[in-house]
Design a protein around this ligand. Structure first.
Ligand SMILES: *Cc1c(COP(=O)(O)O)cnc(C)c1O
Length: 394
């Protein structure tokens, strides 16, 4: 018998999901059809935002948000070092300068105090990209205040946090504390589109810009046309006419992807419920462990639980992380490390960053391990993960 493999994360697809994609392939347009708009409206309603723009990936969404915010050369963009590289790369895409503010060791999110210090050090900050790491929302009222003092735009990277809430109960993505919020629907995230992303906003100007940037900078809306001589014949809009108003991209999402994501959105509440139950069960099982500590223990009620992260004191157990990981993998349990701090990537080191720059992110990284947490993980599988982990670490 081959050993069952239990990964750290996994999507869940049922017959309804499959049928919804097949229906698009049989009946409707494959791209730019009705499913994109339906998905946008459903997600905007779910998070409580006025507008939503569906795009080809979370990375495209971050790039577009930076473009819509008109960030560019000379603009400092501050994000968390404890994130996926895309949260910082988007600043570089538009010619801006990525900067980092260290994390709070308890939440593993950007620390408002560190952000304040970073803003003072830099003198001028144009945008802040807080990341709701693992699905736990950042201290957004504090970050919004700092942004206001610095006249900086706020773009939340909520790739992990679909369904998460703020302590006030509002959903992440409602844009009460931010100009734009970005989501990812990569299969390992909370819902899957294959590839996909979304930007939510309450600002109509940003919304219109995002719609244009998604498709080559082109508009077909006559109230946006700049060149009336070309647009009109005898006061009527020419039927073939469109205008390219700025440099945009093809960052569109397909109807197949939107149909899948929409069908997944119907199951979001059960996804979130199961993820939370698993997190609470891990917390309880690991209570009192000397050298394995669940991270982000606060705010379980508000967390979307994309990741279940523990901190292991590898020095105290006398086994390096490599050995622990290999022993787990041998037993079919496949953990992961989230994240190698962005500033330690060779590309960022060449920009001048080094070990020691963000001590909290680095100290956490040295102890980090993400355990399996996903909707279809059974209680038995979770027990097996715990049993193998405790054996290996003991
Ligand atoms: C996944 C992820 C992204 C990128 O999303 P894609 O849809 O894979 O492009 C950006 N930021 C964070 C924090 C992520 O986890």
């Amino acid at each position: 018998m081959t050993l069952e493999r239990i990964p750290y994360g996994k999507h869940y697809i049922d017959e309804d999901d499959i049928q919804s994609v097949v229906d698009v392939m049989r009946n409707a347009a494959l791209t730019q059809g009705p499913k994109v708009k339906e998905f946008e409206q459903a997600l905007a309603k779910f998070v409580g935002a006025k507008y939503a723009v569906a795009v080809s990936s979370g990375t495209a969404a971050l790039h577009m948000a930076c473009l819509a915010a008109e960030l560019g050369e000379g603009d400092n963009v501050v994000t968390s070092p404890n994130t996926f590289v895309a949260s910082a790369n988007c600043a570089i895409y538009v010619g801006a300068t990525p900067q980092f503010a260290d994390i709070d060791p308890n939440t593993l999110n950007m620390s408002p105090d560190a952000l304040t210090q970073e803003c003072e050090r830099l003198g001028k900050v144009s945008a802040i990209i807080p990341v709701h790491f693992g699905g736990l929302s950042c201290d957004m009222p504090a970050i919004q205040n700092i942004a206001k003092r610095n006249q900086a735009i706020v773009i939340e990277d909520a790739s992990h946090a679909l369904g998460a809430t703020y302590p006030t109960g509002e959903k992440v993505g409602c844009c009460t504390y931010a100009d734009m919020t970005v989501f990812s629907f990569h299969p390992v995230k909370i819902i899957a589109a294959g590839e996909g992303g979304m930007i939510t906003t309450n600002d109509e100007d940003l919304y219109r810009k995002l719609i244009r940037i998604r498709s080559h900078g082109i508009t077909k809306l006559d109230d946006q046309f700049e060149c009336h001589d070309e647009a009109l014949s005898e006061g009527e809009v020419n039927p073939w006419y469109y205008e390219m108003l700025e440099l945009g991209f093809n960052y569109r999402i397909t109807d197949m992807q939107s149909a899948l994501a929409l069908s997944q959105l119907n199951k979001l509440d059960s996804f979130l419920f199961r993820r939370r139950s698993l997190a609470l069960a891990y917390d309880e099982a690991l209570l009192g462990q000397a050298h394995i500590k669940p991270a982000q223990i606060g705010g379980r009620k508000h967390n979307a639980h994309h990741l279940y992260v523990v901190r292991i004191d590898f020095k105290a157990i006398g086994k390096p992380r490599r050995d622990v990981m290999n022993a787990l993998i041998e037993q079919g349990v496949i953990p992961q490390v989230h994240y190698i701090p962005v500033h330690l990537q060779p590309f960022y080191k060449k920009l001048g960053y080094k070990r020691g720059d963000y001590p909290n992110a680095e100290a956490y990284y040295d102890q980090a391990l993400s355990l399996p947490e996903y909707y279809s993980l059974t209680d038995e599988q979770q027990q097996r993960v715990l049993q193998v982990l405790l054996e290996v670490v003991a």
